[in-house]
Design a protein around this ligand. Structure first.
Ligand SMILES: C[S@@+](CC[C@H](N)C(=O)[O-])C[C@H]1O[C@@H](n2cnc3c(N)ncnc32)[C@H](O)[C@@H]1O
Length: 217
């Protein structure tokens, strides 16, 4: 049996928190009634802020105290500026996803942006309430020889291939969910994967009706 070296964290020197929340997630949020959400590896809190602004109650988990403090400060200052227009609550939770005791059937939505938590996907799927949705965006392995827009792969912004998903890996890892959207693409020259999947154990739910009607890309 091939033993794979344990893959851990995404490179925190790359700061995706300066980006907007993904279009796929924004489109999804327009189509879902607010509920209870969990954001893993929350960083500076861009996902939980977007969720809370739409009335979601969010548990935002990160293992870095400094990141959580910055996320909280950023959220408070945006509220004071009137930018955040926070409607739902955010609980900032200091914890390691690798050992986190996820409550069962708890969340209507779990969001994960740029954190490699492959090993915890079964527990993450179990924390979805019936009909709950998983949104996961992450880096994808580069095709052999691919160097992106930069001729020196060491200077590319994302993590090394060790922390990236192989083609179709996330799709296969989520086969117990109903996959509503799966896309592997280049974003600014960076290979990425985005998945939206739903806990649909009894297969009774129709495809998600997207408010924008125009698709997710
Ligand atoms: C690349 S940042 C992504 C931040 C955020 N999700 C975003 O996209 O804006 C990864 C974050 O995951 C956190 N992290 C890394 N490993 C973790 C773990 N095992 N448990 C919880 N958080 C973790 C880091 O502290 C960092 O804040």
């Amino acid at each position: 049996m091939q033993v794979r070296r344990r893959r851990r964290r995404t490179d925190v020197s790359h700061d995706p928190s300066t980006y907007d929340v993904a279009l796929v997630l924004r489109t999804l949020l327009e189509s879902l009634p607010p509920g209870r959400a969990l954001d893993l590896g929350t960083g500076l809190g861009r996902n939980p802020r977007a969720l809370a602004a739409r009335g979601w109650t969010v548990d935002a988990v990160d293992l870095s105290r400094a990141q959580l403090e910055r996320a909280r400060d950023r959220t408070v200052s945006r509220d004071h500026d009137g930018v955040g227009q926070q409607a739902g609550e955010i609980a900032w939770i200091l914890a390691d996803v690798d050992s986190y005791a996820f409550p069962g059937d708890a969340y209507d939505l779990v969001t994960i942006s740029f954190l490699d938590v492959r090993d915890r996907l079964p527990a993450i799927q179990s924390t979805l309430a019936s009909g709950g949705i998983l949104f996961y965006e992450h880096y994808l392995e580069s095709p052999a020889g691919y160097r992106g827009s930069d001729s020196d792969a060491d200077h590319r912004p994302g993590p090394g291939d060790h922390y990236r998903f192989a083609p179709n890996e996330l799709l296969e890892a989520c086969r117990d969910l109903r996959v509503l959207y799966y896309h592997e693409s280049l974003v600014d020259g960076e290979p990425r994967v985005t998945l939206v999947a739903r806990d649909d154990a009894d297969g009774s739910r129709p495809p998600l009706e997207l408010v924008s009607g125009g698709g997710l890309e």
